[in-house]
Design a protein around this ligand. Structure first.
Ligand SMILES: N[C@@H](CCC(=O)N[C@@H](CS)C(=O)NCC(=O)O)C(=O)O
Length: 244
């Protein structure tokens, strides 16, 4: 029997938008790419952003702490009826899927520890420049979720947010220049040279967020950086994962 065709359907909890096809949020996109890459059968439950915490708590997902000390739950959450597992957090889901379904590895050559460090290093390139992207994210949510998004995200990224901050865009470009240097150090189109890995999925899922929520000219701007590297990485990873 090839692949995981005898496997029962897994459930991925992701968050809704008013975009066609829904998907926009970077963290739930990561397990979506992995499930698709590994050829695992799955369905998505789309949760309204303002209901994520209560809905995930109701299914028994593990809570986290907000900066004000309150408990909250996030998506992605993965439920696997084959093992009974219920996993929260994109990185923990990646780790779980790799251990449970090792075919088509996403942490090849024992690279999980290194890619965990890559995940932390990479997010630091994005976060300082995220206000413009947050503004655009509120525009693709329902009014109640947009209001909620502003309330919770402004705890860590203080208001005002503006989609046209030159400073923000300069930081985002600077971050991408650094990521580009990383990619230039290997032979081949992937972060690990000729070997596809979760590092490429991480990069692609942040790009997917930008592409989905930004105005067309804003995405064109990102696509023009580093010789078109970023539109190419996203397209390559989507193709590799069978999502193109
Ligand atoms: N470190 C977590 C972050 C997940 C996260 O922040 N999820 C957001 C959507 S992308 C969320 O569910 N927020 C709900 C809330 O804050 O109430 C992961 O990688 O899964």
């Amino acid at each position: 029997m090839f692949g995981y065709s005898m496997t029962q359907t897994l459930v991925l909890y992701d968050t809704l938008s008013n975009l066609p096809g829904n998907s926009w949020s970077p963290n739930p996109a990561k397990p979506r790419f992995i499930l698709s890459y590994k050829g695992l059968p799955f369905v998505t439950v789309w949760v309204e952003y303002s209901d994520i915490s209560i809905a995930m708590k109701a299914i028994g997902a593990k809570p986290n702490k907000r900066s004000d000390g309150s408990d909250f739950c996030t998506v992605p959450v993965l439920s696997d009826p084959n093992t009974g597992a219920l996993i929260t957090d994109s990185l923990e889901i990646a780790s779980y899927l790799e251990k449970t379904y090792p075919e088509k590895p996403i942490f090849p050559n024992n690279s999980e520890s290194l890619i965990r460090e890559f995940d932390s290093a990479h997010i630091k390139l994005i976060i300082p420049a995220v206000k413009s992207i947050f503004v655009r994210s509120t525009e693709i949510l329902s009014p109640v979720s947009a209001k909620f998004f502003i309330k919770i995200r402004s705890m860590d990224v203080p208001l005002p947010w503006d989609a046209n901050y030159d400073e923000d865009w300069a930081l985002l470009e600077k971050g991408h220049n650094i990521a580009y240097e990383w990619y230039q150090k290997t032979d081949g189109k992937w972060f690990m040279g000729d070997t596809f890995s979760y590092a490429d999925i991480i990069v692609a899922c942040w790009l997917l967020w930008f592409k989905r929520v930004l105005k067309e000219d804003e995405w064109v701007r990102i696509s023009s950086w580093n010789e078109g590297k970023w539109a190419q990485v996203l397209a390559d990873v989507e193709k590799e994962c069978g999502l193109a």
